[in-house]
Each structure stands twice: as structure tokens, then as C-alpha cells.
Design a protein around this ligand. Structure first.
Ligand SMILES: CC/C=C\CC/C=C/CC(=O)SCCNC(=O)CCNC(=O)[C@H](O)C(C)(C)COP(=O)(O)OP(=O)(O)OC[C@H]1O[C@@H](n2cnc3c(N)ncnc32)[C@H](O)[C@@H]1OP(=O)(O)O
Length: 303
């Protein structure tokens, strides 16, 4: 993690993402609609669509894992790879992260990845979650979340790993860490990310209550930076991006690192212990029962 001007400081090779890849179609490049030169070419994978604009140095990254962008192992892996690809390309200075699925930004952990799975799978899954958070949280690029749908739990953490958040003004698009309502506990690094964003007292309350904030409250508590009509989310995210990109990269990157490194280092120091803790917790019979019941409730809610 070199700190020289312009040098990327995201941790490299903490986990080789492609080792996790199963049945994905990465590296596909196709012309965008109406596109011409390099700046208009899309690339990405099955679950992550990247629309790069070389002229502005900004890429729009869309999550497309229907129906709710649950963070499956494949989606986590593809996100890490797309992020790494953009970070390694000097053309790009910023990413706007948004959803390609209607009404949902990201439903958080894919509960089917941790329900009824063996400990080895849960460990592999959790390591991938840690990896994505570390890479996003320490990314040298400016990350702006254009939150165009519901954003609970792991979805909220993805958004909080960005530098700035724009939320669509729709009362159904709630954001927050609701883990306690599932009978599970946010690990310390999710808690730290929350505290770093909204402060200790607000986090203490929101974490214990499992609060999911509607837009106006999310703005008030500081979980998001702007709430705008749904059709203005993308344009506002672009304006925010321009504001962040107006700052010289090296100064902004070093400042970001100064603000975030201690939090990331805390996980890096105890990554294995955190994984073991997660696995032993979620594999308990009582926790499995809670998760199964929650999933069942979600399925029955339909229709
Ligand atoms: C020691 C550390 C221990 C633990 C740390 C663990 C950290 C956990 C962080 C997490 O992220 S836990 C996951 C929390 N996520 C949620 O609580 C969100 C649950 N989902 C929803 O509230 C809603 O689905 C939605 C608001 C996101 C979208 O609502 P809607 O558009 O009405 O869709 P449906 O509810 O009908 O869902 C469609 C479909 O998707 C399935 N599904 C939804 N969420 C998940 C999920 N997180 N994982 C897996 N599957 C999910 C849902 O069951 C439906 O499936 P069908 O088979 O019925 O189509």
C-alpha cells in the first residue's frame, strides 16, 4: 500500500478474486448503445455492468443480480474484479455505483449463501465479503453511490464504503443496518463503518434497533449526503463526482487513506479471527433457525 502521489493504496491480492470465480463471464466488452470509440465501450460480467466514459474518467458500475442484487459469492467476486480493473486503468478517477434492478439498490448478504451451508462455504463467502469491503473502503478512486432502491444491511455497507451517497426520495427506499432484526449481529468492521459515518450515539441506537431509515431521516442522521427525486439520482451523482474530482487526486487519496486506514487495518489484523467468528456464529443451530425463518418470511411476503 504505497502512499506516494497518485499511487493506488488498495490492498492487493488479499484474496485472489478469480480463484472464486465460477461460471462467470468476465472481461466481456461490447459497444454501448450508440457508442463509438473506447470511451463508449461497456465491459463487465454477468452481474456487474460497467459503462466507462474515458473522456470524463468516470465509469458507471451497475449491479445486476436480479431480483434484489443480493450479494452472492459470484456478485462479490465480480464486483472486486471490476473494481480492480478500473483501478488499474489510469484513465479512470471515479466510479458511480448504482443498481440495474428496479426498486432495490442491494438487499445485502445473500442469505442463501449462509443458510444450510457448510462451514467451509460460509468461510469462503465471508472472506469475499471482507475483500469487497476492504477494496471499496480503501479505493483510490472516488466512489459515489447512486442509491436508486432499498438499501438494507450489506447493501448499506456497500453504500457506506463509497465517498458520497445520493439517495432517491422514495419512502420505500430505506437504508440502514437491520442485522439485529434477523437475530444476527453486525461484525465490528460494519459497526466501525457506521460509527465513522453517523457517530457513536446514533450508531448505538440504530444498530440495536436495527433501524432502516427512510430518505429524510437518512439525510438527517447523515447516512446519505443528498436526497433527490428519483429521476435526478444519476445526474446528482455526476455533479457530486465532479465536485470530488475537482480536488487533486494525490491530496484527496492521501486524505482518504488517513481517514480510513485505521478502520481497515483493524480488520486486516484479525481477518482470520473475524472469519472464524462469523462461521461459528452463523453455523449455530439457533442462528440457522432464525435465518431460515427470516428467509421464509421474505418468501411468503410475496404476492
Ligand atoms: C458475527 C457476525 C454475524 C453476522 C453478520 C452478518 C451480516 C449481515 C448483513 C446482511 O446483509 S444480512 C441480509 C439482510 N437483508 C435484508 O434483511 C433484506 C431482505 N430483503 C428485503 O427486505 C426485500 O427483499 C427488499 C426490500 C430488498 C426488496 O423487496 P421486494 O422488491 O418486495 O422483493 P422481495 O422481498 O419480494 O424479494 C424477492 C426475492 O428475493 C429474495 N430475497 C430478498 N432479500 C434476500 C437476501 N438478502 N438474500 C437472499 N434472498 C433474498 C426473496 O426471498 C424473494 O425470493 P423468492 O424466491 O420469493 O422470489
Amino acid at each position: 500500500m504505497a502512499l506516494a502521489s497518485g499511487v493506488r493504496f488498495a490492498p492487493r491480492a488479499l484474496l485472489r478474486p478469480w480463484a472464486l470465480l465460477r461460471g462467470t463471464t468476465l472481461g466481456r466488452t461490447e459497444p454501448a448503445a450508440g457508442g463509438g470509440g473506447d470511451g463508449a465501450r461497456r465491459f463487465g460480467s454477468q452481474r456487474v455492468l460497467v459503462e466507462p466514459d474515458a473522456a470524463s474518467g468516470v465509469a458507471v458500475m451497475k449491479l445486476r443480480n436480479p431480483p434484489v442484487n443480493a450479494l452472492s459469492l459470484e456478485l462479490l467476486t465480480e464486483l472486486v474484479i471490476s473494481l480492480e480493473k478500473l483501478e488499474n486503468d489510469k484513465t479512470f478517477r471515479g466510479i458511480i455505483l448504482t443498481s440495474d434492478c428496479p426498486r432495490v439498490f442491494c438487499a445485502g448478504l445473500d442469505l442463501t449463501e449462509i443458510c444450510g451451508r457448510n462451514p467451509a462455504h460460509c468461510a469462503e463467502y465471508w472472506k469475499a465479503m471482507q475483500e469487497l469491503w476492504l477494496r471499496m473502503y480503501l479505493s483510490s478512486l472516488v466512489l459515489v453511490a447512486a442509491i436508486n432502491g432499498a438499501c438494507p444491511a450489506g447493501g448499506c455497507i456497500i453504500a457506506l464504503s463509497c465517498d458520497c451517497r445520493v439517495l432517491a426520495d422514495n419512502p420505500k427506499y430505506r437504508i440502514g443496518l437491520n442485522e439485529t432484526l434477523l437475530g444476527i449481529i453486525a461484525p465490528f468492521w460494519l459497526k466501525d463503518t457506521y460509527v465513522n459515518t453517523i457517530g457513536h450515539r446514533a450508531s448505538e441506537q440504530a444498530l440495536q434497533l436495527g433501524s432502516l431509515f427512510p430518505p429524510a431521516e437518512a439525510l438527517q442522521v447523515g447516512l446519505v449526503d443528498q436526497v433527490v427525486p428519483e429521476d435526478q439520482v444519476q445526474s446528482t451523482a455526476l455533479s457530486e463526482m465532479a465536485r470530488w474530482l475537482a480536488v487533486p487526486d494525490h491530496a484527496r487519496q492521501l486524505t482518504k487513506n488517513m481517514m480510513r486506514k485505521a478502520t481497515a487495518d483493524r480488520l486486516l489484523r484479525q481477518r482470520d479471527a473475524d472469519t472464524q467468528n462469523f462461521v461459528s456464529f452463523v453455523c449455530r443451530d439457533s442462528i440457522q433457525k432464525s435465518l431460515q425463518a427470516y428467509l421464509e418470511k421474505l418468501r411468503q411476503r410475496k404476492g
